[in-house]
Design a protein around this ligand. Structure first.
Ligand code: PGA
Length: 252
């Protein structure tokens, strides 16, 4: 059985104070069922706080990006071994904001997956179509293209057996619009099918999260879908009570 993953993408939000309060509250209220996993993704500068406050709790933490290289002359970048040094177990890769605002390519995302693997970080690989692409019926094609450079790697099977996929339709991110449960389920099933062409066992085990305006009021229906194994949650993850309530839905 696949374990649910409820992941909070904090993006570029928070201060030392607010992060401290959020983590303290979360730590006090969260009691996870055995089949639910939870992780938060604060901005890099707050990872030490996450490590201090979350060590020995059931809540994991990770970074929102990594550099391709483990070290070197790359001003402004943060590497996978650095995240490990701060106790991270996960890293978000290829978020649509990285792809659209910072020009990150699917080839770079694949190289970052190699870097994550080398450092034993679980990559949360984000894919998803824009509204224009959906309207032209290009969703599956776009996602296949985003995943293609990963499938082309010699270590693709190992990477995918350790990875999590997050389907995040770009038109739903931060907009208050959500994919309907049926719409999301259809895309998740296609992603699993595509992975099964590569490796059936990996496809049955890999977790595929939904992201894009996932909130307490729409989470139950989405999380009940057979191929939705959790959520990558932006806005609603900054409210610890709501985030915790979403994780509790996975216990039912
Ligand atoms: P949202 O963000 O929940 O605020 O739409 C999700 C994400 O970008 O991961």
């Amino acid at each position: 059985m696949r374990r649910y993953l409820i992941a909070g993408n904090w993006k570029m939000h928070g201060s030392r104070d607010s992060v401290g309060r959020l983590l303290q509250t979360l730590k006090t209220i969260v009691h996870l069922a055995p089949h639910v996993e939870m992780a938060v993704f604060p901005p890099f500068v707050f990872l030490e706080q996450a490590q201090q406050l979350l060590t020995d709790t059931a809540i994991g933490w990770g970074g929102q990006n990594i550099a391709i290289s483990p070290s070197g002359a790359f001003t402004g970048e943060i590497s996978a071994p650095m995240l490990r040094d701060f106790g991270c177990r996960y890293v978000i890769l290829g978020h649509s904001e990285r792809r659209t605002l910072f020009g990150e390519t699917s080839e770079q995302v694949a190289m970052k997956c190699q870097s994550a693997l080398a450092t034993d970080l679980t990559p949360v690989i984000c894919v998803g179509e824009t509204l224009a692409e959906r309207e032209q019926d290009l969703t599956d094609q776009v996602i296949n293209q985003q995943l293609a450079p990963i499938f082309a790697l010699p270590e693709a099977t190992t990477i995918l057996s350790q990875a999590v996929i997050a389907y995040e339709p770009v038109w739903a991110i931060g907009t208050g619009k959500t994919a309907s449960p049926a719409m999301a389920q259809a895309v998740h099933a296609k992603i699993r099918e595509r992975i099964a062409e590569h490796d059936k066992k990996v496809a049955s085990e890999i977790r595929i999260l939904y992201g894009g305006s996932l909130k307490l009021d729409n989470a139950a229906a989405l999380l009940a879908m057979p191929d939705i194994d959790g959520g990558l949650i932006g806005g609603a993850s900054l409210n610890p009570e709501e985030f915790n309530e979403i994780s509790k839905l996975c216990s039912n």
